[in-house]
Design a protein around this ligand. Structure first.
Ligand code: ADP
Ligand code: MG
Length: 287
């Protein structure tokens, strides 16, 4: 039978917008010593501002239009931001052969043309020569019919309380905080140092995140547990692999919410340490 205290713990957590899917997760949570974060939507807001479109020959508006159309079916934060910046109705009948490549971007046929929208890795993969960009932000390259057309510059903001979220984890006995991201090294390191995580790994594919979590799991002592916190479509495998998976509920994808053991309804990263404190209190009462 499940001690009543667990119900109180789950209830107390839920009143704070922390959805715990089962009493066993409270026990695991109370032993968490490593917290691994995704970047986009977890540590940052995940609503990118389009700050510029830089091109060779095609008009800015046209590049943005092709990008937004290619992204028509994606719910990635970058996709949502591009569609918002485009601002017009998107006719998905104009788009076929959509392929979303995790940690890379999108390829699709738009109005009969082959369109690629994504990062350096996507361009490398397709053998398209691009102009490297040193701007501190996330770069979205656009190629049409295998010709590089230019890039869209987008910037995301660190959540106002992300730094507090990390320091409160440290104050509640978490030994290690890690950020794993598919984004470029430069932007990843800036975000990591702004919020104070102990370790950062960038330019990772979704499968690389799983491998890194597996290494961290091996490194920890028997009694310690590892939590992964993420938001996106690509995070489901790593959410499952961690001892405990925590999903951001408001921005998060259905797949991530499904795969998670705990859902933070309002995407507030400070709730992670709150959840750990609630779980510890609960375990002290049980034993
Ligand atoms: P994070 O680890 O920060 O959550 P992701 O793994 O979701 O990031 O994506 C990593 C990178 O892959 C992004 O920064 C972007 O460059 C590229 N990318 C992924 N999905 C898309 C998309 N739908 N459109 C454009 N670029 C994308
Ligand atoms: Mg993500």
């Amino acid at each position: 039978s499940i001690p009543l205290t667990f119900f109180a713990g789950i209830g107390g957590a839920s009143s704070q917008g922390i959805l715990v899917k089962g009493s066993n997760y409270l026990e695991t949570l109370s032993e968490v010593k490593t917290v691994v974060f995704d970047k986009t939507g977890t540590i940052t807001k995940g609503n990118f501002e389009v700050s510029g479109v830089h091109h060779n020959e095609k008009q800015d508006k046209e590049i943005l239009e092709y990008a937004a159309l290619a992204e028509c079916h994606s719910s990635h934060p970058i996709s949502l931001s591009l569609k918002k910046a485009f601002g017009k109705h998107i006719d998905s009948n104009l788009v076929t052969d959509v392929e979303e490549i995790g940690g890379n971007g999108i390829t699709a046929t738009v109005k009969g043309k082959k369109v690629a929208v994504g990062n350096d890795k996507l361009m490398d993969r397709l053998g398209i020569k691009y102009i490297p960009c040193t701007h501190p932000g996330t770069i979205v390259h656009v190629a049409i019919n295998d010709v590089y057309e230019g890039h869209i510059l987008i910037t995301d903001e660190v959540k106002p309380n992300a730094k507090e979220a990390i320091s409160s984890l440290k104050n509640s006995g978490v030994k290690k905080t890690v950020m794993l991201t598919g984004d470029a090294k430069k932007i990843a390191e800036k975000v990591a140092s702004d919020v104070g995580v102990d370790e950062v790994k960038s330019e990772l594919l979704p499968a690389d995140k799983v491998s890194r979590v597996e290494e961290l799991l091996k490194q920890q002592s028997d009694k310690d547990r590892l939590a992964f916190v993420g938001d996106g479509i690509n995070d489901a495998p790593v959410l499952t692999r961690a001892d405990i998976g925590i999903a951001m509920g408001a921005l998060g994808s259905d797949a991530a919410i499904e795969a998670a053991d705990i859902v933070l309804m309002d995407d507030d990263p400070v709730k992670i340490s709150k959840a750990i404190r609630i779980s510890r209190k609960c375990m002290r009462i049980v034993y």
